[in-house]
Design a protein around this ligand. Sequence first.
Ligand code: DCP
Ligand code: MG
Length: 432
Amino acid sequence: MRVSATVTPNRRIAHLDMDAFFASVELLRYPQLKGLPLVIGGGRRREAEMFERLRQAYPDRDWGPDSLDRVPVDFFPRLKDYVGRGVATTATYAARQFGVGSAMGLMKAARLCPEAILLPVDFDEVKRLSRLFKSTIQEIAPVMQDRGVDEVYIDFTDVPGGQREGGRVLARLIQKSIFQATGLTCSIGVAPNKLIAKMASEFNKPNGISIVHPEDLKTLIWPLPCRKINGIGPKADAKLQSHGIHTIGELAAREPGWLVAHFGKSYGAWLHEAAWGRDDRPVETESEPVSMSRETTFERDLHAARDRAELGAIFTRLCEQVSADLRRKGYAGRTIGIKITYDNFEKVTRDLTIDEATDDAVAIRRHAGQCLKRVDLSRRFRLLGVRVGKLVKPGTEALPGGRYSETPTAPPRSARDRSPDDHTDLLFPELG
Ligand code: DCP
Ligand code: MG
């Protein structure tokens, strides 16, 4: 018999969170510390110092970045020797057994577990592994939403095999693939939506998988404290507690009208929906940006000559902001453009394309300045914008938009071409 009905698949959303992430990253470098209590926090990385001490203690051995896995365990700094006001960013599960956890003062942590090893975070390595585990997931399940350095949402609904055993089969494959690619473990919750999946990923930490179906709401979700709902913070929780609402089940039992009366129209309504496990937010994949821009509307209309200093400063700041945006996201661009809105709301844009992509504020300002030379600056304007397009991610092959077409660049006008109303020299004296 052949069944040919088109069945709408059940919505299956996963939340994946890396286990003791910053600490696990250090364990890759120092596998001899596996199973020991390890706390991440404190000062800067001092590897050079450690090598120096190692060379003194063991002069017959060759110490360097390749011999990190041979550093004797008793060589690592202990929590009990820590003096300062730093806090723990995270701790291995062995350290958590002593009650040590994120955001705890290190001196307090030292009282709970004095023998724990204390290491600083290596942000470069954390970022590298963060990118690596995420790209591993995307090769298997492309609809992924980045939620920060160590967690993502993944839409399993339409992934082949994503419905099998409620998502467990795919979750297992992802766990295994991440471990193969990085040596790190993670925990995954699969549920009908993001809200429940986020809670479920904590159920079997570390290295666990939890599957939640809609019918599990009463047994698995309602006994949990309200704080487990992502969106109920300490303040809202305290207020709920003051009304005798401690668990999600107790929250679900309240009349929506009562919640709206006490928590406001939108938050009150949301609390009710959340307690009933309802959430239809999509998993939002990040699309590559085509361009990045910054613009500003002035408090009053400005004139290139009469408001020269003010405009020059605004222009510089816009270029610096675009540059900072690009750098933060790891992009550089080949098209530099400007936008102006005149006092009568008429808009003009100009751009030019350069040979080599840049993220440098000074270079952006120089090229944007060339663009400004091609617009009428004798009129007052109300808005100025700077844009960088044709983005590339240096160091990767990801070039949004594919091949580049060459946009002819207007040659800079010579001094003789200038009209009496050309004020670009005043604004941008460095252009000459
Ligand atoms: N982190 C931080 N400051 C905090 C909490 C966390 O810098 N207050 C960092 C360190 C963590 C990473 O973010 O390793 C991820 O945070 P998680 O809350 O996911 O904690 P872990 O991954 O360390 O542990 P778990 O296994 O509970 O997810
Ligand atoms: Mg984590």
